[in-house]
Design a protein. Structure first.
Length: 166
């Protein structure tokens, strides 16, 4: 009598392995894409925190020079090195829609400078996110009849700032 020796896997065993691999892929792919998105959001927030720090340092330097805290119109000018933007894909950081105007009037009837600029970032997946950077120059104010110079200020609106989410 001849004995049959098994040299390989049965069809049932192969199907079971394929089902298990499908289940693993169905679980792993969404988690991986969530991790990539979370990583890109964290990188954006880190860049913006660096930008805020650079803008504050520049304004403090201006305060030491002139006793007035004035913020620059384009926040990228406060950086030692301009952010990278790929000319082929458009990925990276840039500013656009720059607006500057004199606003009327402080407590002494003087105009003061206001500005707004849009900060944009295009991610590797092609999604774009934007933040609005606003400045307001020093101006005279009153408090209980006392006149004083209110220092300049800036604020950023967009994902991760002022309670906004992505």
């Amino acid at each position: 009598m001849n004995k049959l020796t098994s040299k390989g896997f049965t069809l049932v065993e192969l199907i079971i392995v394929m089902v298990l691999l499908g289940i693993l892929a169905a679980v792993a792919v969404p988690r991986m894409s969530q991790s990539i998105t979370a990583g890109e959001e964290a990188a954006e927030q880190k860049f913006l925190a660096t930008l805020v720090s650079a803008v504050e340092i520049q304004a403090n330097d201006e305060f030491v020079r002139s006793s007035r805290k004035q913020y620059i119109v384009d926040p990228f000018d406060a950086l030692e090195q301009q952010p990278f933007r790929d000319n082929n894909t458009g990925e990276g950081w840039w500013t656009q829609s720059r607006n500057e105007w004199d606003e009327c009037c402080d407590n002494r009837g003087n105009n003061f400078l206001r500005s707004r600029i849009e900060i944009k970032h295009r991610r590797n997946d092609g999604n774009e996110h934007s933040w609005e950077y606003n400045t307001q120059g020093p101006r005279y104010s009153d408090n209980n009849g006392e006149s004083y110079i209110q220092q300049g200020e800036f604020w950023i609106n967009g994902p991760g700032f002022n309670g906004q989410t992505y």
